[in-house]
Design a protein around this ligand. Structure first.
Ligand code: ATP
Ligand code: MG
Length: 484
């Protein structure tokens, strides 16, 4: 059996309040306002709601019931407003990639409902504008925000070495899992790139997040038994719109981690200049231009991803794991291989309903051809932004999926269910049940990834150091105490 692993994805969302033109952000020229102190203004100069204010409207109901803008939900996830006014949804702990995609999509649904409520509130108060939420990584002011992946790994002395083996993987996987980005080249001309996030990363590994923007954050905060585990906190990925891109991003990383945890070494793929390579690779949409390795060898991102793919599949075969792979793991490997083939044969149609960069490129190219537009035309920028708008009405993903232009692996029913139901196989189940019981009985509690506490005279607390366990008698007792 491939080892069971806990993982979770945190997504920060872009937020803006578009001026009221009645046409929605995609058509109205909305920009994302990342600067909370700036007041955006529409064409005739009338002020509209800042991103900061929009975030406050968004969280007003949450603050009413949770008395905080940092809450844990019935589905085990965390929802909060961090600095910089970017709403964040941190998925519940999952132990299966499909389950993770479902919990992540439930987060979009929760945030979309909050957006609709906030827009109703704006309307009621006579405030002009429509709030939009974007699952992307950069706003029009150039501010970057993240999508972090978390993987539980066993604690061992060579965590740093494992991280170093992963850096070239994370730098090159963007040719498969990048969200696609129209960037402005020096000199002002627009060009398509694989990743929104690549230009924003400054460090390979570091214990700080925002200041240095490392690929892997090495801060030691396992949210689990610290004697046994570490949490690999990956900062570098683009947020994914297509479910299949999330699936591949997390699934391929999980399989590679399994191989490394089992003792396999990947030392020969270290890059000479990782932070230069990450940008060059993002900008080279052929994925075939070589970059220099520490060994002096030159390989392209495509060569390197082919190498990672063949090492992972070779490892699985050699250790008899291939036959035991789950359905979603097989799907991950199949898409990984097909993505590589699409790049090698320069045929994006092989993946243009599944990998964000290809889905988006196709959308943009068709639109440009139909209206004879340059890549840097503002209408193309708005279309590209609307790809990330989470609203099923204003955003494009739902329509693309309905037209068969974007693949899905979940059903609407599964996602709707996961709005209020935690994953059943991990610690998230205990947290979700506890939160639900407290909400139903209007009891005051304090919760984080590890702790569940009833805020009464007795201050009963359960400490859940095992993220794999969905059952715990102490939590049953806590829930019983809530119910009396
Ligand atoms: N033991 C664990 N191993 C791996 N992932 C975990 C574990 N416990 C929780 N997670 C996941 O890690 C993520 C933590 O999200 P959170 O936003 O709280 O991150 P953080 O790094 O602790 O804090 P911050 O975002 O404030 O820096 C969640 O998606 C959660 O499901
Ligand atoms: Mg977070």
């Amino acid at each position: 059996m491939t080892a069971r692993r806990i993982f979770g994805v945190e997504t920060e969302y872009g937020i803006t309040c578009a001026p009221p033109t009645g046409r929605g952000a995609a058509a109205s020229g909305a920009v994302q306002d990342g600067d909370s102190h700036r007041t955006a203004a529409d064409g005739d100069g009338s002020a509209v709601v800042t991103a900061d204010d929009a975030a406050r409207y968004l969280f007003r109901k949450v603050v009413q019931w949770g008395r905080s803008s940092n809450v844990f939900l019935r589905n085990g996830a965390r929802l909060y407003l961090d600095v910089g006014s970017h709403p964040e949804y941190a998925s519940a702990e999952c132990d299966d990639v499909h389950q993770l995609v479902v919990n992540d999509r439930a987060g979009e649904m929760i945030l979309d409902e909050m957006t609709e409520d906030a827009n109703d509130l704006l309307f009621e108060e006579g405030v002009p504008g429509t709030i939009h939420l974007f699952k992307n990584n950069v706003d029009s002011a150039g501010n970057s925000f993240g999508c972090h992946e978390n993987y539980l790994v066993r604690r061992r002395r060579d965590f740093q070495a494992m991280g170093e083996a992963l850096v070239p993987f994370f730098i090159t996987r963007q040719v498969l899992t990048g969200a696609g980005h129209i960037r402005v080249r020096p000199g002002g001309r627009a060009a398509y790139a694989f990743s929104q996030r690549a230009d924003q990363m400054w460090d390979a590994m570091s214990s700080a997040t925002t200041r240095s923007r490392p690929i892997i954050n090495t801060r030691d905060e396992p949210h689990a038994d610290a004697d046994l585990y570490r949490r690999m906190h990956v900062i570098v990925g683009d947020s994914s719109v297509a479910e299949t891109t999330t699936m591949l991003k997390v699934g391929m990383t999980d399989l590679l981690l399994g191989m490394l945890e089992d003792g396999a070494k990947v030392r020969d793929l270290a890059l000479a200049e990782p932070m230069r390579a990450i940008r060059e690779i993002s900008h080279d949409t052929t994925a075939k231009v070589p970059v220099e390795l520490a060994s002096g060898r030159r390989m392209s991102a495509l060569d390197m991803q082919e190498e990672f793919y063949s090492r992972v599949t070779g490892y699985l075969d050699d250790h008899g794991h291939t036959a035991e792979l789950s359905g979603v793991q097989r799907r991950v490997l199949e898409l990984w291989e097909r993505g590589l083939r699409a790049l090698r044969s320069e045929d994006p149609t092989l993946v243009d309903t599944e990998l964000d960069w290809a889905v988006k490129a196709r959308l943009i190219e068709r639109y440009r051809a139909k209206h004879t537009l340059a890549l840097d035309d503002p209408r193309v920028a708005r279309l590209s932004l609307a790809y990330h708008d989470i609203s099923p009405r204003r955003g494009l993903a739902t329509t693309l999926a309905q037209r068969g232009l974007m693949a899905r692996i979940t059903t609407d029913e599964e996602v709707a269910d996961a709005v209020s139901t935690p994953p059943s196989t991990t610690r998230a189940k205990l947290r979700g049940d506890f939160v639900a019981a407290a909400q139903d009985r209007r009891r005051d509690i304090t919760v984080d990834w590890v702790h569940l506490k009833i805020n009464d005279a007795a201050q009963r607390t359960a400490v859940l150091k095992d993220p794999f366990s969905p059952v715990d008698e102490r939590v049953d007792a806590l829930i019983a105490a809530l119910e009396v």
